[in-house]
Each structure stands twice: as C-alpha cells, then as structure tokens.
Design a protein around this ligand. Structure first.
Ligand SMILES: NC(=O)c1ccc[n+]([C@@H]2O[C@H](COP(=O)([O-])OP(=O)(O)OC[C@H]3O[C@@H](n4cnc5c(N)ncnc54)[C@H](OP(=O)(O)O)[C@@H]3O)[C@@H](O)[C@H]2O)c1
Length: 265
C-alpha cells in the first residue's frame, strides 16, 4: 500500500507547490563580487530571502558597507583578490559547508584582438575563469559544498554573441560556461546543480567604465526592454540558488532584455 504524501516536506520526488520554494531560509551562501554592482545586489537579495552569507570583494570599504546593510545577522565579509590562493582558502575556511555559490566577481576590458597582448588575455582568463573554477575546485575537494547545493556563475551574453573587441572577455566567460556544464554532470549524483546567468548590458560601475571608454550608449539602447539594473540579475541568480529551480542544471539563463535575439526593424 502506498504511503500518503506529506506535502509540507519537500523532497526530490514530490513537487513543491509553494512560495517556500523561492526562500533561501537557513542556507549558507558564498557571494563573490559582493562589493559592487550585480554581486552587491545579489548579496542583498539573498539576505532578504533568509540566507546567511559569506561575501567577498577586493575593496574593503565597499565590502564593509554592503556587509553592514545586509538584512539578518551572522554574515561574514572577507576582502581579498580571488586570483590569490590565500583568498580562496579563507573563503573555504569561513564555513563548514555552503548550500550555494553566487560567483559574480569579474573584470571586463574591450581590446581588439590584434592589440590584445598576452598579459590582457591571461588577466581575463585568470579572474573570470580560473579564479571561480579554482575556488569551486577547492570547496568541492574539501567537501565544503553540501549535497543539494546550487552553484551559479555570472557569465555574459558576449560568451556566445562574441562582439567586437571582446575576444579575451568573451572567451573567459565561454570557458566558465563550459566548465559549469562539466561540473553539473560530475556533481549530479550529489544533487549539486551548476548553472550560469548571462547578462546583457547592466547599469553597474563595470559598464560605466566600459561605456566611458568606448561610447557604448547607442549599443546599450538597442536592448528591446530597456536598461537592466543589478537587481534584475540578482533575482535570476536567487531563483537558480533556490529550490524553485531544483530540476534546472547544466544550463545558462540569458537575462538581456531581448538584446541577444536577432531582430529586424
Ligand atoms: N555590467 C554588465 O553589463 C555585465 C554584463 C555581462 C556580464 N557581467 C558580469 O557580471 C559580473 C559582475 O559585474 P558588475 O557589472 O557588477 O561589475 P562591477 O560593479 O565592476 O563588480 C565587479 C565585482 O567583482 C569584483 N572583483 C573583480 N576582480 C576581482 C578579483 N580579482 N578578486 C575578487 N573580486 C574581484 C569587484 O571587487 P572590487 O570592486 O572590490 O575590486 C566587484 O565586487 C561580472 O562577472 C561581469 O563580467 C556584467
């Protein structure tokens, strides 16, 4: 005789028809790039949804300001450069186990390929690909990623769109997307999910820096739904961190206001 289903207890075998599925209550989540832009907005939303956070960025003052404004308590801020092993080690030691990773840290620079020297290409790969993957590798190796956890990597629309002057940047984000898909296969037996969020143009200090250099306003204004702000990306990241997306793994969620869809005007 079959057992009655207790719908109050979520499990992999039963649907979760509840707003609780979007909650991050009781989760411990590591957010990188939390001192600015998309990462700061993600940290704020994760905390509002009930998570306890470990946050990272390089700028101590901006990271402390984000930390001080987080909802809830018992959050930890660790400043440091993620391309350095000691920073990754400190983040690994900051919690006995993580239920989620929101990997938002990244850098961007527009350089035509004929002008892109080795240092530029190495820097893009080092910060945008190697740092998050080496961090993940260390967390997995030391068993700091709990069964059922969700890993979310912020990549970029340009990983696939590959616009001009973005060979270094786009390739580093494409590499991250490929690694995430591999990771999702390797960790599926522990129900650890791995996904990417690929933003289009988002109003952040990074975009302001690029725009000031390259006069990008015309390109940004091509976004059919208008200008995105960091909170728009944070909500997609939090969806992927939550049980509401528990059957979603090995994918990239594009959040670009329709920019990447070819259009005829
Ligand atoms: N804004 C866009 O239009 C856009 C579009 C597509 C993808 N993205 C991606 O979205 C993510 C967030 O970008 P954003 O626009 O929010 O940029 P942002 O405001 O410049 O924030 C970047 C964050 O990454 C951190 N970071 C950079 N290098 C680091 C390193 N070596 N070690 C540790 N932290 C480091 C920064 O720390 P400090 O500031 O403290 O140094 C900052 O917290 C990036 O991965 C970016 O590639 C952005």
């Amino acid at each position: 005789m079959s057992q009655p289903i207790d719908s109050t207890k979520p499990s992999r075998d039963r649907p979760i028809a509840s707003t609780d599925a979007f909650s991050l209550e009781g989760r411990v989540i590591l957010v990188t790039g939390a001192s600015s832009g998309i990462g700061a907005a993600t940290a704020q939303l994760c905390a509002q949804l009930g998570a306890r956070l470990v946050i990272n960025g390089r700028d101590q003052d901006r990271l402390s300001a984000v930390h001080a404004a987080l909802a809830g308590k018992d959050h930890t801020a660790i400043a440091g450069d993620l391309s350095r092993a000691e920073t990754r080690e400190a983040l690994m030691e900051a919690s006995p186990g993580y239920d989620g990773l929101a990997s938002c840290a990244g850098i961007a620079a527009l350089v035509p390929l004929r002008m892109a020297n080795e240092a530029h290409l190495e820097k893009m790969l080092s910060v945008n690909y190697l740092a998050p993957i080496l961090l993940t590798q260390r967390l997995l190796y030391k068993k700091r990623i709990r069964n059922g956890a969700s890993l979310v990597y912020v990549t970029a629309l340009s990983a696939n769109a590959a616009p001009q002057a973005a060979a270094g940047y786009a390739a580093s984000k494409a590499a991250l997307e490929a690694a995430s898909r591999t990771l999702a296969l390797e960790q599926a037996k522990l129900r650890i999910r791995s996904n990417c969020v690929a933003p289009g143009y988002v109003e952040t200090p990074m975009l302001q820096g690029l725009g000031a250099l390259a006069g990008m306003d015309d390109k940004i204004d091509l976004t059919p739904l208008g200008r995105l702000v960091p909170a728009d990306i944070a909500s997609s990241i939090c969806y992927l961190l939550s049980d509401a997306s528990r059957w979603i793994t090995r994918t990239t969620l594009t959040v670009d206001g329709g920019l990447g869809i070819p259009m005829r005007t």
